[in-house]
Unconditional design. Structure first.
Length: 146
């Protein structure tokens, strides 16, 4: 879906942390858990906004993951996340789409953590969104994938 061009500017609260230097504009096919059971604005808030503009319990204000939109490259990983998080009721709704550069920059979590000497397994992708981004426009809710 085509979207109007937006300014490549991050929210002011991004000053609280440093985006990993390896993050870049790239297109990755990913899955997103949909709290509203739709591919809409509310289901595509970054973690900081989801938490009411607060750091999550046990989180750190300089942790890049506190400010990214969480997506997953593997269906099984997003499904596992949804089972563990009580915000997502049954039936689960998962959207599939592409991390288009018009919306922000992204990086596989295992890539940036490994460069910092931190072991990480999984297919999580951090996506740092520009102001006015509408990433949900690139996604479609799917029922299941085998």
């Amino acid at each position: 879906m085509v979207q109007e061009q937006i300014e490549k500017k991050f929210p002011s609260y991004f000053e609280n942390f440093e985006i990993p230097e390896w993050a870049r504009e790239q297109e990755l096919e990913v899955y997103r858990a949909c709290a509203t059971q739709k591919a809409d604005h509310e289901s595509f808030l970054n973690s900081f906004e989801e938490n009411g503009f607060m750091i999550s319990a046990g989180g750190a204000s300089d942790d890049p993951q506190e400010y990214s939109l969480s997506t997953y490259m593997k269906f099984k990983d997003v499904k596992r996340f949804m089972v563990m998080d009580s915000r997502f009721g049954v039936p689960f709704k998962i959207a599939k789409g592409i991390t288009r550069p018009i919306h922000g920059i992204c990086l596989e979590t295992k890539e940036w953590k490994s460069k910092l000497g931190i072991k990480y397994r999984g297919s999580h992708v951090d996506w740092w969104l520009y102001i006015g981004a509408k990433p949900y426009m690139e996604f479609e809710v799917i029922e299941n994938e085998n």
